[in-house]
Design a protein around this ligand. Structure first.
Ligand SMILES: [Fe+2]
Ligand SMILES: [Fe+2]
Length: 135
């Protein structure tokens, strides 16, 4: 099966170490989930949720610390995705892996591509301008 995001591509790089490291891990987890059997999928899905949740908290803190003007819109979007992840996660933990698979394979890669190149990219530009590049 082909991975939707084969590797962490250059175009995703934001130049903020913490964000790039987290985004790489996100891509790795999505690719692992895509190729995994049902049992592994059920085990990995909560790890993906945990990783994303921690990453969102880190970005939310950076936005607050750096006085980012787009903070509310960006936090709302993070919360929307977390709600989605948790809702699907309940189905996955009850054994409905097909819904989880559809979400992870058909939805998350496109969401990541869009989110990283819009909201995260604006945040990265702001962080660089405030001297937060190596957080
Ligand atoms: Fe991000
Ligand atoms: Fe974000």
């Amino acid at each position: 099966m082909a991975n939707l995001i084969r590797a962490f591509e250059q175009r995703f790089l934001l130049g903020i170490e913490k964000l790039d490291t987290d985004h790489r891990k996100f891509v790795d987890l999505v690719n692992q989930l895509e190729c995994s059997e049902k049992k592994t999928f059920i085990k990995l899905y909560p790890l993906l949720t945990k990783h994303i949740s921690e990453h969102f908290m880190a970005e939310n803190s950076l936005m607050a610390e750096s006085g980012y003007s787009g903070i509310h819109e960006h936090i709302d979007e993070h919360q929307r995705v977390l709600n989605e992840l948790n809702r699907i996660g309940e189905m996955v933990s009850n054994g409905s892996v097909s819904m989880g698979r559809t979400y992870v394979i058909d939805h998350l890669p496109n969401w990541f591509e869009h989110h990283s190149r819009t909201m995260d990219s604006s945040l990265a530009a702001h962080l660089k301008s405030r001297g937060f590049a190596t957080v």
